[in-house]
Design a protein around this ligand. Structure first.
Ligand code: AHG
Ligand code: MN
Ligand code: MN
Length: 360
């Protein structure tokens, strides 16, 4: 691994950490042969914010722990009897898979006791999750899709966990609706963990703090910095959508997408049907993801709080854009915790072209 590129100094250069670090501690070096651990990265990010009380670092470390548990279970799902559906449906009318339940429980158990959350929201839970009385409440709200792309579990395709973190607005105790029903511009950190050929945690702690990816080394059970300061490649021409629904889309969008197929434009298509997998590929390589409204899902399929918000946040932090077709995703103020939205996100010029097409 390239020392210069993977050192925390490079990653955090935008925060002026490098100068401060060099002055007090000497030049930074890579922590181990494998690189820089997630824990070191989080601590250094915290040190750059003297007012921080450490709750966000604790929270993100527990997220990484739950991610390791889910990753291990995903890797042996076929052996552990974890393929297939439970037979029940969630409040959103979707069949719940066994791994959905496992992931939901793993994240809840890892996070509820740490004294850093006042509330959780999960795709798998009808109502906000209350922190049990025996544990302390903390400063943050955690919204998650514990396992995204669960229809892909049985086929070993990429799946993932997606999360949004807000700092609470209410003063103390358990969280209230105002702590969670708020615009995405309030997000303090967002990320996902993709369980694919490898397990990668992608994180941003601010729209101007960059997007950084950490790959799990299963041999030692640690996440190491592997993708520092991810920027969307604006030259990539890849689109991702379920084109089988095109007849149900706004005809202006259909016409625009058909126009991309002119061979001289050089566009290509990639769609897994796992939002986290499709967006991870687009973040690393560049591209455009689309989930427009359809007849079956007239308000779109994807959920604002734990699918659209975190991925829009990462996309913007990586130099891209995200819209629902009319407004910036991060400016939506949801009125219910499982609210859905149409979603178009990726390279800024491609998102602007979609908006232009929809305006006619
Ligand atoms: P989830 O598994 O959390 O319910 O999410 C499924 C979502 C998302 O991962 C993906 O982008 C989308 O469903 C795919 O939907 P279609 O099958 O309609 O293309
Ligand atoms: Mn999902
Ligand atoms: Mn899910």
């Amino acid at each position: 691994m390239d020392d210069e590129k993977s050192s925390p100094a490079c990653v955090l250069a935008h925060m002026d950490v490098r100068r401060a670090w060099t002055r007090y501690l000497g030049p930074m070096s890579t922590q181990f042969e494998e690189g820089t651990t997630l824990d070191r990265f989080l601590l250094e990010t915290m040190h750059a914010h003297p007012e921080a009380r450490g709750q966000l670092v604790t929270l993100l470390k527990q997220v990484a722990l739950a991610g390791k548990l889910v990753s291990a279970r995903v890797n042996r799902a076929g052996l552990a009897g974890m393929f297939g559906a439970t037979g029940s449906m969630n409040i959103q009318g979707e069949y719940v898979q066994k791994m959905d339940i496992y992931a939901n429980e793993a994240f809840k158990r890892a996070l509820e006791h740490a004294g850093v959350l006042c509330m959780m929201v999960s795709e798998e839970e009808d109502a906000p999750v209350r922190i049990p009385e025996r544990f302390a409440c903390g400063d943050y709200v955690f919204c998650m899709d514990p396992l995204d792309g669960s229809s892909n579990i049985d086929t070993n395709a990429s799946i993932g966990t997606i999360f949004t973190i807000f700092r609470r607005r209410s003063p103390a105790g358990h969280g209230t609706p105002e702590d969670v029903l708020r615009p995405g511009t309030d997000i303090v950190a967002a990320g996902y963990i993709v369980y694919g050929a490898g397990t990668v945690l992608v994180l941003s702690t601010g729209l101007d703090a960059g997007v950084h990816g950490f790959t799990l080394d299963p041999a030692v059970g640690e996440f190491f910095l592997s993708h520092s300061d991810i920027r969307l490649d604006a030259t990539t021409r890849t689109y991702s959508c379920n084109e089988a629904y095109a007849a149900q889309w706004d005809p202006r969008l259909r016409t625009w997408l058909d126009g991309l197929k002119a061979p001289e434009l050089g566009w290509s298509a990639r769609y897994i049907g796992s939002l986290v997998g499709d967006v991870h590929r687009n973040l690393v390589k560049g591209g455009l993801f689309l989930y427009p409204p359809t007849a079956k899902a007239p308000s779109g399929k994807l959920r604002v709080l734990y699918e659209a918000f975190p991925l829009a946040f990462l996309c913007e932090a990586a130099g891209g854009a995200a819209t629902d077709g009319e407004r910036r995703i991060l400016e939506i103020v949801p009125t219910t915790i499982h609210q859905r939205t149409p979603l178009f996100l990726g390279n800024r010029d491609a998102v602007e072209a979609v908006l232009g097409a929809l305006r006619g």
